[in-house]
Each structure stands twice: as C-alpha cells, then as structure tokens.
Write a protein that binds this ligand. Structure first.
Ligand code: FES
Length: 124
C-alpha cells in the first residue's frame, strides 16, 4: 500500500480510511460519502487522494483515518470529525489535535480510570 506522496501525481494529501472489520462495525463505511462531500464542498477534492484500506492496527480506536504526509492518525472519528479534518487539516494545514490517536488514547485512559473509581466506590 502506498504511503508516500508522489509530487508528480498532483495530490497535496492522501487519506487512508479504514474499512476493516472493526472500523466498519463502527460506521467507517458511512464516512466515505461524508468525506467525499466535505472535500467537494471545500473545493479540494482534486487535491486529495482518498483510499479505503484494510485494518490499520488501531481497532480499539476506530474508525481510523490516516492523513499523509505524516501519517497523522485520526481515531474515533465520526461525521463531524471528518468535516473538521477536511476544514482544519486539509484546507488550513493544521493537525486537529483533539481528534488524533493520542487524544483518543487519553480519553480511553480517562474512561478506564472513571470505571475503576466507580468499581472501587462500590467495593467491587
Ligand atoms: S479495522 Fe480499522 S483499525 Fe483495525
């Protein structure tokens, strides 16, 4: 699978949207038309190559979407997240930090800590 951009192909960015089993179960296939629509609306569809991919090995944090160059890993994305990635990253050139894998992992740690505290408070 290609991950490097070839300047000769005219694309500024490449997107890998995972449609592997876990991401598809979390709705990733429904995000492709959202992504295409947002790229068209932003006027950058011709500048962005979009590929559906198999598993990106971040199944616990799906749906997964990678942006190249980078890669920048976006995880736990939904339709509003796709719109922000298009507008803020692909148009304005800024990584959307609160949608990255690092943020998704931090949110999971916080959820796990809250669950553990709740179990502890119940004496379990
Ligand atoms: S199925 Fe998407 S990251 Fe594994």
């Amino acid at each position: 699978m290609r991950s490097d951009l070839d300047p000769a192909d005219g694309h500024r960015y490449r997107i890998h949207l995972c449609v592997g089993t876990h991401c598809a179960a979390r709705g990733s296939r429904l995000l492709m038309p959202v992504l295409q629509r947002e790229l068209q609306a932003a006027g950058v569809a011709d500048e962005i190559e979009v590929l559906e991919t198999t598993c990106r090995n971040r199944c616990d944090f799906g749906p997964s979407l990678n942006v190249y160059p980078g890669p920048v890993w976006y995880n736990e994305i939904d339709a509003p997240a796709v719109a922000r990635i298009v507008r803020e990253h692909l148009v304005d050139g800024n990584v959307v930090e609160d949608l990255t894998i690092a943020s998704a992992m931090r949110r999971k740690r916080e959820r796990d800590a809250r669950k553990a505290a709740l179990r502890a408070s119940r004496g379990a």
